[in-house]
Design a protein around this ligand. Structure first.
Ligand code: NAI
Length: 256
């Protein structure tokens, strides 16, 4: 850690777009970026939720806009990036975090329409985001991107075929984009969180939750703030030689 880093200003004059930032991990990342002085585009399919977050940020002195976006739709993502550029004149940082869990079913019974929906959101969504963020960043002053993976991006997990396939794909996209844009000053990394206490797990029963906790040697689920710390590190100049890799925040889940 660079002891001279001033965490209250390390993202000053930086513009950040976070997808899925009306809730959970994305919201925690947006809060942490705002605390570091960034201007924020709060982009979410839940436009009302995004508006509430942007209003709260503005009231606290952060420059912020709310953008309604459906990451499954390339035109919608293009509009979101354009709206960010129109408002702030640049894009330096992005966190491609919007995602859904999808159903739990063995592969031979996994509903095909749900497969399409999960892949469209969790994998196509990251691809669409990269397609429009990368040119915006190239026309700005460098940049860094974090894609949200999962322990299901590096391990199988019974019952979630589409989620695991999409998240494994996110790692491939991350590595490929990093290779393509490294020489032009962009860094693209991924985070691999264990199970995190967010609304995504709201439908889990107490028994399912206990089973999830038992998967983590740390003896608990993670918090959105713990994932956000990794995200802001990867987005910061402190991570200037970190590129094309994925970073575990999983309470030793993957160490077993
Ligand atoms: P969350 O449900 O609290 O937040 C997800 C956000 O994404 C919501 O605000 C939702 O409105 C938005 N969203 C959903 N579909 C969208 C779309 N098509 N376009 C734009 N926005 C959309 O969930 P959480 O837990 O914060 O998840 C964030 C990311 O972290 C996801 O990619 C998820 O797969 C990943 N993750 C979550 C873990 C967990 O245990 N909660 C573990 C590992 C990864």
């Amino acid at each position: 850690m660079n002891p001279s880093t001033d965490y209250a200003t390390e993202f000053a004059r930086r513009v950040a777009l976070v997808t899925g930032s009306a809730s959970g991990i994305g919201l925690a990342v947006a809060r942490r970026l705002a605390a570091g002085g960034a201007a924020l585009a709060i982009a979410d399919i839940n436009k009302k939720g995004a508006q509430a977050v942007a209003d709260e940020f503005r009231a606290a002195g952060t420059q912020a806009i709310a953008v309604g976006v459906d990451v499954t739709d390339p035109a919608s993502v293009q509009n979101a990036v354009q709206a960010t550029m129109n408002q702030f004149g640049a894009l330096h940082l992005a966190v491609n975090n919007a995602g859904i869990g999808g159903p739990v079913a063995p592969t031979h019974r996994y509903p095909q329409e749900e497969w399409r929906r999960v892949i469209a959101t969790n994998l196509d969504g990251v691809f669409h985001s990269l397609q429009y963020e990368l040119p915006a960043m190239l026309s700005s002053d460098g940049g860094a991107i974090v894609n949200m993976g999962s322990i299901c991006a590096v391990n199988g997990f019974a019952g979630v075929a589409a989620y695991a396939a999409a998240k494994h794909g996110v790692i491939g996209l991350t590595k490929t984009a990093a290779l393509e844009y490294a020489a032009r000053g962009l860094r693209i990394n991924a985070i691999v969180p264990g199970f995190i206490e967010t609304p995504l797990l709201a439908n889990a029963t107490a028994e399912e939750r206990a089973q999830l906790v038992a998967l983590h040697p740390n003896g608990r689920l993670g918090t959105a703030e713990e994932v956000a710390e990794m995200a802001v590190f990867l987005l910061s100049d402190r991570a200037s030689f970190v590129n094309g890799s994925h970073h575990l925040v999983d309470g030793a889940y993957s160490a077993q």
